[in-house]
Write a new protein. Structure first.
Ligand SMILES: Cc1cc2nc3c(=O)[nH]c(=O)nc-3n(C[C@H](O)[C@H](O)[C@H](O)COP(=O)(O)OP(=O)(O)OC[C@H]3O[C@@H](n4cnc5c(N)ncnc54)[C@H](O)[C@@H]3O)c2cc1C
Length: 439
């Protein structure tokens, strides 16, 4: 039987290979597998993942595999310590249920806005219909104060477009909706930080997050991995692929984990082509780039926070994280490490991000002095997040319907073109393999 061709060796592609009971051939563009879960070790022991990569598990089989088989050197379990830095103070994340400590007028604005939105006359109109966009969702469920003081400016920075241009249906899934009791308790200093999906997480004891894809690669048997290779031509009717290695291979099925618009382009350029409306739909799928700056600094962490959200315009970054604050062995003794994140839809120079990262770290009180910074090096993640705008749902459906009819499978955050986690990528790979095993 011809092998299943797996495009991409991130977690979704590797998981597909692990669970397949048919021959497979995995083709990965980079020199090593891992995708977004690769770890770089720089300057004598600073371990950097692609920003933060913390493992949140909920599926029983994945939890068992990760904790018993896929992290051979063990793991650490960590309770999240995340904060928001706003008005010159750190408050615990999530902002909505931890406003105590902010200036009194900000707390009052947040609280009264929440009451108006959820119970008052002012919020009635929005309560009586479905929100038309993400900004309306924020106003409907959190109110004007939270919108103005955190949700709108923070999300504007992260998503690169105003929340009014984002789809409520897709974005609202990531926003916890607190109760009045939680909001009031948070304003009075009685708040918790367990709201939301990531209150605790796992992390490999050794090797950074790349320990996970490395172990998956070891567990994947019954196939072949080609790194440093891309398909140059994909003929979905003839079921053949020409590879940059010069080889042409026959395949029975494809599981693609590469970016969905890239897959459509590849198919469109191949002998079988794709219908014009599919190509046009793929052209409407948008994403943005994250440039993160890897920073090493002399001295231990000034702040205890694992990561900090920065909604205010005086900071160019939307989030600063610290690998060394999460897990000290990720930085050499006597040092601290950070990733400082910048999202952008067009070009943004690495040098500009590196300079901004130094400014932002000092201004946000994450380091004592600029002189303590040992290095600041930017790295880009193209297509880091897909943009859930109004075009997203219909355009994605057009593409997915075509792929289903052509019997081409996709998996993972970029194959499925969605906002999802490492565990989701592992689950998507398993689901694709299960479908093919049963075929
Ligand atoms: C900034 C950021 C932070 C994140 N933080 C977390 C977190 O804390 N926790 C969490 O659970 N998840 C997190 N995620 C999500 C997580 O990284 C992804 O869900 C997961 O790693 C996606 O795996 P994947 O295999 O679908 O995609 P990828 O890892 O992108 O794998 C796709 C692979 O395809 C390869 N490829 C691309 N084009 C070609 C081609 N033409 N031919 C061959 N190969 C190709 C790529 O090189 C790559 O190896 C984060 C994501 C980002 C962007």
């Amino acid at each position: 039987m011809d092998p299943v061709l797996i495009l991409g060796g991130g977690l979704a592609g590797l998981s597909t290979a692990v669970f397949l009971k048919r021959p497979w051939l995995l083709v990965e563009k980079e020199a090593r597998v891992g995708g977004k879960t690769r770890t770089e070790v720089l300057h004598g022991g600073f371990h950097f993942d692609a920003t933060g990569h913390w493992l949140h598990l909920r599926d029983p089989e994945m939890t068992s595999l990760v904790t018993t088989a896929w992290l051979p050197d063990g793991f650490v379990r960590i309770d999240r310590r995340a904060a928001v830095y706003s008005r010159g103070v750190f408050t615990r994340f999530p902002y909505q249920v931890n406003t105590s400590g902010l200036p009194a007028e900000v707390v009052a604005e947040n609280l009264l806005g929440f009451i108006d939105a959820t119970l008052g006359d002012k919020g009635r109109a929005l309560r009586e219909r479905e929100p038309r966009n993400f900004e309306e969702f924020i106003l409907r469920h959190l109110g004007e104060g939270f919108a103005k003081n955190f949700m709108v400016p923070y999300n504007r920075k992260l998503w690169t477009v105003p929340p009014a241009q984002l789809s409520a249906a897709w974005c609202s899934r990531f926003v916890p909706k607190p109760t009045l009791k939680e909001v009031v308790e948070g304003a009075l200093g009685l708040g918790g930080d367990q709201l939301g999906y990531n209150a605790s997480f796992l992390y490999p004891r050794q090797g950074g997050i790349e320990a996970l894809p490395r172990a998956l690669l070891q567990s994947a048997t019954g196939g072949r991995v080609l790194v440093g290779t891309v398909p140059t031509k994909l003929d979905w009717r003839a079921r053949t692929a020409a590879l940059s290695s010069g080889e042409t291979v026959r395949f029975s099925d494809v599981v693609s984990t590469i970016e969905l618009p890239q897959l459509v382009r590849l198919l469109a350029e191949g002998p079988s082509g794709v219908p014009e409306e599919v190509r046009a739909a793929a052209g409407r799928l948008r994403s943005f780039t994250v440039t993160y700056v890897r920073v090493g600094a002399r001295g231990l962490n000034r702040q205890p926070w694992h990561w900090v959200y920065l909604p205010e315009a005086e900071f160019q970054t939307y989030r600063i994280g610290s690998p060394s604050a999460v897990y000290a062995p990720l930085a050499p003794e006597g040092t601290a490490s950070f990733y400082v994140e910048y999202s952008h839809a067009g070009e943004r120079s690495r040098a500009a991000c590196e300079a901004a990262a130094v400014e932002d770290l000092v201004a946000a009180q994450m380091v004592h002095r600029r002189e303590d910074i040992l290095f600041a090096e930017a790295e880009e993640i193209p297509h880091a997040y897909v943009i859930y705008d109004d075009a997203y749902g219909p355009a994605r459906k057009t593409v997915m319907d075509f792929l289903a009819a052509a019997r081409l499978y996709t998996a993972g955050r970029y194959g499925q073109w969605e906002y999802s986690s490492m565990e989701d990528a592992l689950l998507a790979g398993r689901a694709a393999a299960d479908t093919l095993n049963a075929a």
